[in-house]
Design a binder for this molecule. Structure first.
Ligand code: FAD
Length: 447
């Protein structure tokens, strides 16, 4: 059954988060962006409102929302400020490896604690020397009794400066690439954990980003999330869950840019009429609208697949890639409609542009999504049509003949090079077009 409508519960959630975003986030987003100071107070409000952590299963005291509900909520927050959306929903990124894992005691301890109290959790695969190439991480995990000792630096960690808990990926042996990667839940206050200064950024300045350094930090056995060899797969499965959410960041931001541009186009007059009266502006708005709609559909589909436990890495990549690139294009088109005013810091478009520029970088760049998709289409994709060599071709040359009779009596052969179809009991001696020998022709009818 295919159904594109939201349930009553989902519509209620959308309304609630929309109101929160307009009331609590929109009025202050530009202020905190100017300050380059991510506001913990807003994160706390989103926790109190039940918007943060809504994906924690009910079993651990959470609301048990699915990823479709996550996508709905994220779109609303991102429409007000995608930097704050990144911060608010970063707990879901940090918790995803725990939820995917089978470590019941870790779920019981950390998910329950995060559901009950305002605690932040970050996620770190990236390092100063690597981002895309996850298997080449260097942060070292050395076996120590039944636990591990961590040494090294994780970088670009969203909420790294604020998080109480961290999902840290490290390697027992950098040379063994993905086979050496393991994962741990680490606490901020543990010995040897140091947090770097907030990294100043071009956009999403309302989200905290920092490096984390470990010096002989001991991780007890109970906090091992993935043993060596299991960590890489855990990180990839995490991205399957979280990439659709990056798509929702794009949908929300692009939707706002479209709405602001529409408003402006109706108010701004040139040559005696509103610029919205020009077909070139109308067509731009139509394209922008279409991109928002497509991005939302792809994002919701990928989120739905996760909720249905369908293997979804391809849909997740498509959603992330399309929505983040579409958002950049939509916001850029909005800026073109605003023209000079769009380029100022007095209108919201320049912040939107700086903010959405990140979407095609984090959680796998657009190039990495292209690698995943091209690998799939040229590798594991299962075509529905027969191979070209097996394409059944029937010619109904004699229109007076009965169709069925003609079908039953005809034999057809295809030249493997130029595609010429020869009708006859035998293949021709050679192709009359490209001279390929007849022995290479393949019978394509009867199929
Ligand atoms: C604001 C912000 C927040 C972030 N938050 C987090 C976080 O919370 N946790 C975390 O772990 N990380 C986080 N990241 C890191 C982010 O995931 C990485 O920046 C991203 O994966 C890209 O890695 P990189 O910057 O090292 O680029 P590189 O991997 O060095 O890539 C550089 C360029 O080369 C391209 N490239 C690389 N390999 C290939 C290839 N094989 N084929 C074609 N092109 C290629 C890339 O697409 C890119 O254009 C964050 C980053 C930023 C900027």
């Amino acid at each position: 059954m295919l159904n594109f409508s939201l349930s009553e519960k989902q519509m209620k959630l959308q309304k609630k988060v929309r109101e929160f975003a307009r009331k609590e986030i929109l009025p202050v987003a530009w202020f905190y962006d100017e300050l380059d100071k991510p506001p913990l107070s807003i994160l706390r409000k989103s926790f109190d409102a039940g918007i943060m952590n809504a994906d924690i299963p009910t079993k651990y005291g959470g609301k048990g929302y699915g990823l479709v509900e996550g996508a709905i909520a994220v779109e609303e927050i991102a429409a007000a400020c995608s930097g704050l959306a990144t911060s608010i929903f970063d707990n879901s990124l940090g918790m995803a490896p725990i939820m995917i894992s089978n470590k019941e005691h870790i779920k019981e301890k950390y998910l329950r604690e995060i559901a009950a109290n305002f605690k932040l959790m970050c996620f770190a695969t990236s390092e100063p020397t690597m981002g895309s190439d996850v298997a080449s991480m260097r942060c070292k995990a050395t076996k120590d009794g039944d636990g591990y000792i961590l040494n090294g630096t994780k970088y670009w960690v969203t909420n790294g400066g604020y998080a109480d808990y961290m999902t840290i990926f490290a390697t027992v042996d950098a040379q063994s690439k993905h086979k050496g990667i393991c994962a741990f839940v680490v606490e901020k206050d543990w010995e040897g954990v140091r947090i770097g200064k907030h990294i100043p950024k071009m956009g999403q300045r309302t989200s905290n980003t920092a490096g984390i350094n470990f010096k002989n930090t001991r991780v007890p056995k109970e906090n091992i999330l993935a043993e060596p060899g299991e960590g890489f797969v855990l990180a990839m499965k995490t991205f399957d869950r979280t990439r659709p959410i990056i798509g929702s960041f794009g949908v929300g931001a692009a939707r706002s840019a479209l709405e602001f541009a529409l408003d402006y186009a109706k108010r701004r007059h040139t040559f005696g009429s509103p610029i919205s009266a020009n077909q070139s502006i109308q067509f731009k708005l139509a394209e922008m609208y279409m991109k928002v709609e497509i991005a939302r559909l792809l994002t919701w589909k990928a989120a739905w697949e996760i909720d249905q436990t369908i293997k979804t890495n391809i849909s997740a990549s498509i959603a992330k890639l399309y929505a983040s690139e579409a958002a950049l294009q939509v916001v850029s088109d909005a800026l073109q409609i605003f023209a000079g005013y769009g380029y100022t810091r007095m209108y919201p478009i320049e912040k939107l542009l700086r903010d959405v520029r990140l979407l095609s970088i984090y959680e796998g760049t657009s190039e990495i999504q292209h690698l995943i998709l091209s690998g799939h289409i040229t590798g594991s994709y299962q075509p529905i049509m027969p191979a070209l060599d097996d394409l059944p071709i029937f010619r109904w040359d004699d229109q007076d003949k009965d169709f069925q009779e003609a079908m039953d009596s005809q034999t057809a052969w295809r030249c493997p090079m130029c595609g010429y179809i020869h009708v006859g009991d035998e293949a021709p001696d050679e192709c009359p077009y490209c001279f390929v020998a007849g022995k290479n022709f393949k019978k394509v009818w009867p199929a």
